[in-house]
Design a protein. Structure first.
Length: 291
């Protein structure tokens, strides 16, 4: 295990991380996660900071602002989710410390979800796919037992399109990351195509409106490989109320990338959707390219 000095502690995080040892974990485009361990009986914690703060790079002002905003967004959403879904459906990390709303270098501290995010460590690809489907279904089913009208976070298609348009306008879409067949488009042209696809889809049925995780990809779902059971999900920055096909699309794309596109019929069947709306799925897949 590589133990480093860790992030510069401040605010509420400093009060709960005294004496911690830090191990750098996942580092994405917009955030850095550290695992904090202790010599006493305190359980391990996860510490998330914006990547532009963690790695010392400057980047564009817009990219830095987005990275900072996403940590604040996750703190707010995870707080709401843990309050309303505690003990129901998909497991979520417990919130330990959140940043002040105006903190330019926010730190989010949560409990650590131990396990693996590598589906290849499960007993078989079939078990991995079924576990993903059941995890997603449990979240969506649990959300039907809470008052979604009271959720302050909108993850519907129009809200997501507006976020994508803002990213295009700010020049935040990394064209080098666009995948086939979307890599032939400029960001603005791809946004126009997604809007046309959205216009062609049918309005979601009442049963389609759920609490979304917002980014249920392979790297964000934690499993216990010994028992092939779901531990929970991390990275709730895009959570909110919206069409369940958004979660289904992101999970399906991730499974196809990491396992095989051949597993997708089994995934949808295990989720309980015998006839997925393929146009809506493809709309959300294309939209996700802009993030």
């Amino acid at each position: 295990m590589t133990v480093t000095a860790g992030p510069q502690l401040h605010g509420a995080a400093a009060a709960v991380l005294g004496g911690a040892r830090f191990e750098p974990m996942a580092s994405g485009r917009r955030s850095q996660v550290w695992r904090a361990t202790f010599d006493d009986d305190r359980g391990d914690l996860a510490v998330k900071v914006p990547a532009t703060v963690a790695d010392g790079t400057t980047g564009s002002a817009a990219a830095r602002a987005e990275a900072v905003a996403l940590v604040h967004a996750e703190a707010a959403r995870l707080t709401w989710v843990t309050e309303h879904l505690a003990g129901r459906g998909l497991g979520v990390p417990g919130v330990v410390a959140v940043p002040e709303p105006d903190d330019p270098e926010p730190m989010l501290v949560t409990t650590w979800l131990a396990g693996t995010t590598d589906p290849r460590l499960m007993r078989s690809p079939e078990i991995a796919v079924e576990s993903f489907a059941r995890a997603l279904a449990s979240l969506h089913e649990a959300s039907r037992r809470i008052d979604l009208a009271a959720c302050p976070f909108d993850a519907g298609l129009e809200a997501r399109l507006a976020q994508a348009a803002a990213r295009v306008e700010a020049g935040l879409v990394d064209t080098a990351r666009l995948e086939d067949p979307y890599d032939r488009y400029r960001p603005g042209d791809l946004l126009d195509r997604v809007r046309r696809m959205a216009d062609a889809t049918k309005p979601p049925q009442p049963e389609d409106t759920v609490l979304l995780h917002g980014d249920v990809c392979v790297s964000n779902v934690v499993f216990d490989p010994a028992y092939s059971t779901t531990v929970g999900a991390v990275d709730w920055a895009f959570a909110g109320v919206g069409d369940r096909h958004q979660d289904l699309a992101i999970t399906a794309r991730s499974l196809a990338r990491n396992l095989s596109g051949e597993v997708l019929p089994d995934f949808f069947a295990a989720y309980g959707l015998s006839e997925p709306d393929l146009l809506r799925i493809e709309t959300y897949v294309a939209l996700e390219e802009l993030f």
